[in-house]
Design a protein. Sequence first.
Length: 311
Amino acid sequence: MTDHSSLQPAIDIEGLTKVYSDGKVALDDVTVSVPRGQIFGLLGPNGAGKSTLINVLAGLVNKTGGTARIWGFDIDVNPRNAKNSIGIVNQEILFDPFFTPLETLENQAGFYGVPQDRRRSMELLRAVHLDDKANAYSRTLSGGMKRRLMVAKAMVHSPPILVLDEPTAGVDIMLRQQLWDYVRHLNAQGVTIVLTTHYLEEAEQLCDRIAIINHGRLIANKPTRELVGMAQEKLVQVTVERDVGDIPTHPSFEKVELSGERTLNITFRKDRANAGQVLAAVQQCGFQIVDVVTREPDLEDVFLNLTAAAA
Ligand SMILES: Nc1ncnc2c1ncn2[C@@H]1O[C@H](COP(=O)(O)OP(=O)(O)OP(=O)(O)O)[C@@H](O)[C@H]1O
């Protein structure tokens, strides 16, 4: 993979603020940069401000304060270059239902002034598995197909950055997988990807780095592995050789639940104990251990902890 580390960020946002006309503060002094060449996840609960941030980059929402640069181009100073550097797939499905997918892409290429010999509409339709629908009316496409057409439409001018706002909402598992394969393929070719999603598992698998936004504020921005590592609670499931009876207590146990007669689900905090100490404590409580399963914390744990703390 190309080493992009010495280059300026793909997207550079500083002190971005958006107050809607009704006084709603959707973005509150957000500073974040997206390194080139990465798959970057923007996560947050409903209403956190993710779409507002993307719509500011798309030029659909006017910011109240701060600056944003796309591929080095300030969106106020160089709006045209900024726009040409980014392809955005919004949550809403926007295209004329009376055009065919092929016409939709050709029109979009015309809009961006892509010369005929550099257009690749059929190639893009093939990439999103819509080549057999090239000449069907777009209104006859299923929801998932329309969404994939939106992705192809965002790529007609070959931007170095692709932004996907909830791209898999309402898309079934198989098509979701195909969409992600395509996103990975684009990324392998050097396209920087920014995506918002509610599917934490997906973000964890796909993203190199994740930022979390809550109530318009940035509350985390870390490499995915580091973020997942922030989950403090771990679970160890211990099966013992006899019926448990009274649930044991110990300072290293955060929470203990009984499952069946002989299995204890013990939650402990990584910063206070390790699994070995927890197991030793179970033995001190007079149980002989016959089986152990541990569960690693995942992004969902971190997300819930962080958003709860920031609420
Ligand atoms: N045009 C608008 N006028 C007033 N308030 C708005 C407008 N658009 C969005 N908001 C409010 O701004 C806040 C942020 O909304 P936004 O759509 O950016 O959140 P989001 O993180 O994308 O949420 P979701 O995941 O539900 O799409 C919300 O409280 C929303 O109600």
